[in-house]
Every structure is written in C-alpha cells, then in structure tokens.
Design a protein. Structure first.
Length: 296
C-alpha cells in the first residue's frame, strides 16, 4: 500500500453545491471517514460532500495510476477533497488484500486519531446469467463485494467503538427476496445481498456498542464513468441521476439520529430531510422517464 499527497486540481463540485436541493442541518466537520473505492463515481461524490464540511477522508482504492478508460486516480480524488475543504489521505490498496485493509485502518488512526465512519463503496458488477458468467468474475464479485465489505468493517471495529459517532454505511440494496432478482443475475445478486447481510448482521451484533450500521441504495440508475464506458452507456446515463443524490443521502444518514439496521433508499432519506423536488439531480430526463435501479 502506498500513500501520497498532491497539489489541488480543478473541480466542478461548486456547481453541484449550488444546485443541490438538500439543506443539511448537521455537519461532518472533524469526523474521519474511511472509504473504499473512492477514486471516482458515487464514492468520490460522497467523500467530496463530506469534505465540504471539513471532514477527514481516507480513500483506499486500487487506481494509483491513470486508467486507460476511466478518469481519476486515488491521488486526483484526494486533491479534489482538499480543494473542497477537507483533509485527505489517499492510499493505493485492494479490499481483497488483508494487509492493505489493515494498513488503511492503521493509517487512518495514525493520521487522524481514529475512525468515525466506514463507507463500503467498493464493488464489482457482472449481470451475466448463470451459464454465461465467468467464474473469475464470480470470484471477483464475492471477494470485493462480500469479503471486502466484511473485512473492512471487521478491522475498523475497534476504532469505531472508540468514536462518539461510529457508523458503517454500505452501498447495497434492501434484501428483496422476490425471486426475479436472483433469476435475472444470480451471481451479482448473491454478491450484493452478501453486503446487505453484513449490514443486517453487524447492526444486530453492534446494537449495544454505539456503532450504527446501515445500507444505502439509489432508486434510479446513477451516472458514473463505468456506465458511460459500457456499450450504449452515453445514451443510458441520460435517463439517470447524478451521483450527488447519493452523496446528499449519505450525508443525511451519517449526520442523522444514529438509527441502525436500516436499508435506506436515496429518495427515502432525502424526503425525510425535506427534499421534495428531485429534478436537480437528473441529467435532464423527466422524472417518469428515469431508469429504475434493480433490487427495488
């Protein structure tokens, strides 16, 4: 695992800040957030929203060098967080590697004195049906989604128990046992539900330890670089919302009442926070033309 701090780079986050319909009533200032896979997309959006409050962000992601197709590295992401107003510690690491995860937890505690929040964002996706899925992709999804979420949460527990705001937030869906979701893409469904089972189990296990454990899932497709690089992705994302809706929803959960064991959707959280108009989050499609997300 390696770390580095670089100079600030340009950011478009200011535009998001002006147009967001979410008005926060509490702040993440001074809290330390350890987030997996935050070099781009939803993870980076969540980290940037927290950085605007003055949070300390520890980013662990595999992308230390520029990807040929996907914009951003863990270091350019850290630059964006510093520019937004937070402190950032970028770490090149893999949630599949026990030593990398242990080192990330230790680095967060050493640099910032503890950990208040773990965000399990790292995830792999393959929607192939059973006869078509490559077993290497199956193993990848199990290792990153299920094992990675379990491992990062597990190793951060001692630090989270020491926090006055201990929280594990995992980007995974409600445990919807309608057979159609297993039937559509069994391998991926098993991997994402493994993340959700981690939320369910840890919330119960930690209910007397002062650590909240929740999951968050988008109601609609979210515009990310990974989707844009899929065949037809540039057209697909026109019926999506921007990742800022998940960033605002995560902020609302993490600054909320300390409830635990919930499987929230972004709309549910933001409606409770007073948002009634979600059109500022979309890329232009009417609300009734947005692509619903899976598992709901």
């Amino acid at each position: 695992m390696t770390s580095s701090n670089g100079a600030s780079s340009a950011s478009t986050e200011g535009q998001t800040q002006r147009t967001s319909p979410y008005v926060a009533t509490a702040s993440l200032k001074g809290r330390t957030i350890l987030l997996s896979g935050g070099s781009r997309g939803i993870g980076l959006a969540i980290a940037t929203r927290a950085a605007r409050d003055g949070a300390n962000i520890v980013l662990m992601a595999k992308t230390g060098d520029p990807h040929p197709k996907l914009e951003g590295t863990v270091f350019s992401a850290a630059d964006q967080l510093v520019e937004a107003g937070g402190q950032a510690l970028p770490l090149v690491g893999d949630v599949r590697n026990d030593d990398d995860v242990a080192a990330a937890v230790a680095a967060a505690v050493e640099r910032f004195g503890g950990i208040d929040v773990v965000v399990n964002n790292a995830s792999a996706i393959d929607l192939s049906r059973t006869d078509a899925v490559d077993m290497k992709r199956y193993d990848l999804m199990q290792d990153i989604n299920v094992r990675g979420t379990f491992l990062l949460s597990k190793l951060a527990l001692p630090a989270l128990r020491e926090s006055n705001h201990g929280h594990i937030l995992t980007l995974s869906p409600p445990l919807n046992l309608d057979p159609k979701w297993a039937g559509m893409h069994l391998a991926y469904t098993m991997a994402k539900y493994g993340m959700s089972l981690t939320t369910l189990g840890l919330a119960e296990e930690l209910k007397d330890d002062g650590v909240s454990v929740n999951s968050l899932w988008p109601c609609t497709l979210i515009d990310t670089a990974a989707i844009r690089n899929m065949p037809g992705g540039q057209q697909i994302v026109q019926a999506a919302r921007g990742p800022e809706i998940m960033a605002d929803a995560a902020h609302a959960v993490l600054t909320g009442s300390g409830a635990t064991g919930n499987f929230y959707t972004d709309e549910e959280v933001l409606r409770a926070a007073g948002v009634s108009d979600f059109t500022p989050y979309s890329l232009g499609a009417p609300e009734d033309r947005l692509v619903p997300d899976i598992f709901l």
